[in-house]
Design a binder for this molecule. Sequence first.
Ligand SMILES: C[S@@+](CC[C@H](N)C(=O)[O-])C[C@H]1O[C@@H](n2cnc3c(N)ncnc32)[C@H](O)[C@@H]1O
Length: 329
Amino acid sequence: MIHSTSVSSFTTNAIKIGLSPVGSAFPLTGCNNVQLERPSNSSKSRTEQNPNANSLAISTPYGRGCGCGCGCGCGRRQFIETMAAGAALLTALPSAASDRVPDISTAMLNRIHPPRPDWYEEFYASAMNNCMKSYEAEISSCKSQLFNELRRKKAKEVLEIGIGTGPNLKYYAGDTGMHVFGVDPNKKMEKYAKKAAEAAGLEQTSFEFIQAIGEALPLSDASIDAVIGTLVLCSVKDVKLTLREVKRVLKPGGLYLFVEHVGAEDGTFIRYVQNVLDPLQQILADGCHLTRETAKHIAHAGFVHVDSNMAFVSNASIINPHVYGIAYK
Ligand SMILES: C[S@@+](CC[C@H](N)C(=O)[O-])C[C@H]1O[C@@H](n2cnc3c(N)ncnc32)[C@H](O)[C@@H]1O
């Protein structure tokens, strides 16, 4: 049984949050909506939005010549040399606009999520596959409402970060023309996710599993209609970087659907237990944190608009409460 709880308004330096007025962009029934507004930054360049973006300036002095009027052509030679050096550099650096950036994402995968022993990855994948059934049954009405928004917004190119065993794949089925990229660092998840895609009736060509991490998505800028993440920001190494990547790959106006468990309120018994068990949880559940302030991270990530809701999922015991909703780029 899911209990929706009231999210008291909180204020940050940059964002004013208040209870949702009537006519919310995403009115979830039976939940308390909180809208997070911040000024649009769509006019900013990618470099302004992402200071880590690669940029390469090549000066091209073609035509200036040496200025001696001798007709020696040294200006042309200088130009050719500069272009050759630039071309060599360009092949070495990943282009932000390229369709896929496998080199950088593989390097980041190995650095941020070094390979675990095979048996551990299999143990975790099979535990996720077997132990989440009652949780999924309980959360299904919330998820149905969220995923309906994909249909309403006619999202076709969809990316799921930390797809795991693919419990959400059934929500994409029945939509013709939808292509789902599923990103996860744990390769052992792939067979379960593919089975889930098949069981959901998704065509084989409509689902692609990519071994990668949320912090370095191997997709180009503004190429995706919607990003989905459920129970994943608890596990990534760098929440802020992951959210920056989510925004980078989303098209303007694109949606980010999230369902995440967060730390309980300070001073409560459940928070005390979470604090005690957090280190053990990270060992058993591949880096999952029990006490993250994920709602605040999403609120501060620079989305144009965020509809956010809190719920208590009784089947999830101390993995509570949950924040879920939609952020719009
Ligand atoms: C608790 S599971 C959730 C899986 C699935 N989203 C679900 O709702 O059942 C967390 C998933 O995040 C993946 N994960 C861990 N670190 C990650 C990272 N840095 N980027 C993306 N996914 C990551 C794990 O391999 C695992 O599949």
